[in-house]
Design a protein around this ligand. Structure first.
Ligand SMILES: [Zn+2]
Ligand SMILES: [Zn+2]
Length: 368
């Protein structure tokens, strides 16, 4: 039998409109009941059940996953990291890196202490997320998608420092270069002295003489980015692709953030994916089911094949087409395609058909 889409509600024994409270209650009860240690005689089955209950709860207790499941009947979710070995995204990343160049830190400070303080103010840029949409077939074969988005890039004029080149730094006028502000409070008990970090220079003791004319001192500038993203074969709804360094430029020459490309797979009328297997249904005439036939079958990737239906095929029979499912995102190994055959019984028959069917009934000894 093929694996069907799991009914998480049935697994937890709750109705489709059960509250989060009810779902949690049902889960707690079942997870105790099916703990594999409590079933030494059929441990394997208990483990299976235990896992299934956990899986169901993981989806139904998470409003986002639950919404996806309620809509599509399954939850596809894969975090796909840019750094993996042999990963199809690597090329895009390399291009990106050579295009934008590596960060080069220029040291503007003579004194060591100040430089360290400056470094501590470096901060990575924000990550950016964008969503792309692919058809079901495209999710199986992959696609190059041109994208366009806005991000902050390091200001080239000041190399991200925010300082107008050639202007350099001057001693902070507020703290006179000490980096701290001294405050005195007089009371009847005497004079209290406290110190705090100077907020004019952030404790560095130096301030920019002249802010960068190009970025106004921010060190980064908003720019439109156009690039082509390689959506690898095997992505499913919600797959996240990370492109390292394609997010916003950092602060004070900190590193770039990352770009997350979130894939939305348009649901297909004919095909439904569950893990790496795909499910479809076809209908044949009852006479074809009895005598056998060959039908043209649409494949999920958009091509077609001929499917042989043997004589005597029963309604609801499932045919498995090995390797015609979805490729695994990580291994690219393909799942299978399961085709359920529905048998159409005619609702209206002509008088001649009726005559022939009655004749058949007589030959088969079928009571009418
Ligand atoms: Zn200062
Ligand atoms: Zn600048």
């Amino acid at each position: 039998m093929p694996r069907q889409s799991k009914d998480y509600y049935a697994i937890l024994g709750v109705s489709r409109d059960a509250s989060q409270e009810d779902i949690k209650k049902a889960y707690k009860k079942l997870i105790k009941q099916w703990h594999p240690d409590l079933h030494p005689e059929n441990k394997k089955e208990a483990e299976e059940k235990f896992k299934e209950i956990q899986e169901a709860y993981e989806v139904l207790s998470d409003p986002q996953k639950k919404a996806v499941y309620d809509r599509f009947g399954y939850v596809g979710e894969t975090e796909f990291s840019q750094q993996g070995a042999g990963n199809p995204f690597e090329d895009v990343f390399k291009d990106f890196e050579s295009f934008f160049g590596r960060d080069v830190y220029d040291i503007f400070f003579g004194e060591r202490g100040t430089e360290e303080r400056q470094q501590s103010r470096r901060r990575a840029g924000e990550d950016i997320s964008i969503t792309v949409e692919v058809s079901f077939a495209e999710s199986l074969v992959g696609k190059q998608i041109p994208i366009e988005y806005e991000r902050y890039e390091k200001c080239e004029h000041c190399n991200g420092s925010g300082v107008e080149p050639g202007s350099g730094y001057q001693t902070c006028p507020r703290c006179h270069g000490t980096g701290v502000i001294r405050e005195e409070r007089r009371s009847i008990f005497g004079v209290f002295v406290s110190t705090r970090t100077c907020n004019n220079c952030g404790g560095s003791g130096k301030v920019v003489k002249e802010k960068c004319h190009s970025c106004g001192g921010a060190g980064r500038i908003k720019k439109k980015v156009r690039m082509t993203v390689n959506i690898p074969a095997g992505v499913s709804e919600g797959t996240k692709l990370r492109i390292e360094g394609a997010g916003n430029a950092g602060y004070n020459q900190g590193p770039y953030g990352d770009l997350y490309v979130i894939v939305h797979v348009k649901p297909d009328k004919k095909f439904r994916r569950q893990d790496d297997d795909i499910y479809a249904e076809i209908s044949i005439d009852y006479i074809q089911a009895i005598l056998g036939t060959t039908v043209k079958l649409d494949l999920p990737t958009g091509s077609t094949t001929m499917l042989r239906i043997p004589p005597g095929t029963q309604p609801g029979s499932v045919f498995r087409l090995k390797g015609e499912g979805a490729p695994s995102l990580r291994t690219q190994r393909r799942g299978d395609l399961y085709v359920t055959v529905n048998v159409k019984i005619p609702e209206n028959v002509s008088s001649e058909e009726t005559r022939l069917l009655k004749e058949l009934a007589r030959i088969r000894g079928t009571d009418l």
